[in-house]
Design a protein around this ligand. Structure first.
Ligand SMILES: C[S@@+](CC[C@H](N)C(=O)[O-])C[C@H]1O[C@@H](n2cnc3c(N)ncnc32)[C@H](O)[C@@H]1O
Length: 195
């Protein structure tokens, strides 16, 4: 069975255009078969992004891990004038994000292929992620726990997870690394910030 996070180059391409507005900013995102939430912007991702933007307005250096077609990182880059790196293991997602950066004329963002943090170098102020629940608890924990190695002292980890997918148990497993707070919740989704 093929999941959105696997690379399936035989999957027929069927590009769609999704639109998004934040304040006075308008975006269009190309999406396609074989990537996460191809038909609409995911509710949890929107909640994460909008909660982050309500709380952070500084032009911080941000890493968007498992970026999909680049929704979260692209909007942060434009709205907060932030430098953003976006990474994903899915080649099609990386290609879409690179097109979305170009089409939205974003100057301070790049996207590259990386299996979790394998190709990441340097330190960030913020790691933000809607982690791939379907890859299993161990991968999700690696996404979240290993973020610490890529954060500057005092840096922040932001993530979204559904309560019924074990969000509170996962958050507990981060307490040796981070001071974890729930910043918002809606429709069963929790937004966490770890410092
Ligand atoms: C829940 S989706 C979120 C996508 C995007 N951030 C959004 O909000 O629309 C999780 C993403 O993680 C990516 N992913 C899964 N396993 C990965 C891995 N080992 N390394 C990097 N990215 C991975 C998937 O391809 C997918 O794009």
């Amino acid at each position: 069975m093929s999941h959105y996070f696997t690379n399936n180059e035989n999957l027929v391409s069927e590009t769609r255009e999704l639109t998004y507005k934040y304040d006075s900013f308008s975006f269009t995102f190309l999406s396609d078969n074989g990537v996460f939430s191809k038909k609409y912007l995911d509710f949890g991702s929107r909640l994460l992004l909008e909660t982050y933007l309500k709380n952070e307005s500084e032009p911080l250096k941000v890493l968007d891990v498992g970026c999909g077609y680049g929704f979260i990182g692209s909007v942060i880059s434009v709205v907060n004038n932030s430098y953003v790196d976006m990474i994903d293991v899915n080649k099609r997602a990386v290609h879409l994000t690179q097109m979305n950066i170009k089409n939205n004329k974003i100057k301070n963002a790049v996207c590259f292929e990386s299996n979790i943090y394998e190709s990441v170098e340097g330190l960030y102020d913020v790691v933000i992620t809607n982690p791939p629940i379907r890859t299993g608890r161990e991968t999700v924990l690696t996404f979240l726990r290993d973020s610490k190695k890529y954060l500057k002292p005092g840096g922040e980890l932001w993530f979204v997870m559904r309560k019924d997918q074990g969000a509170l148990t996962v958050a507990k497993k981060l307490e040796d690394l981070y001071k974890i707070e729930i910043i918002d919740k809606s429709k069963g989704f929790l937004i966490f910030k770890g410092i």
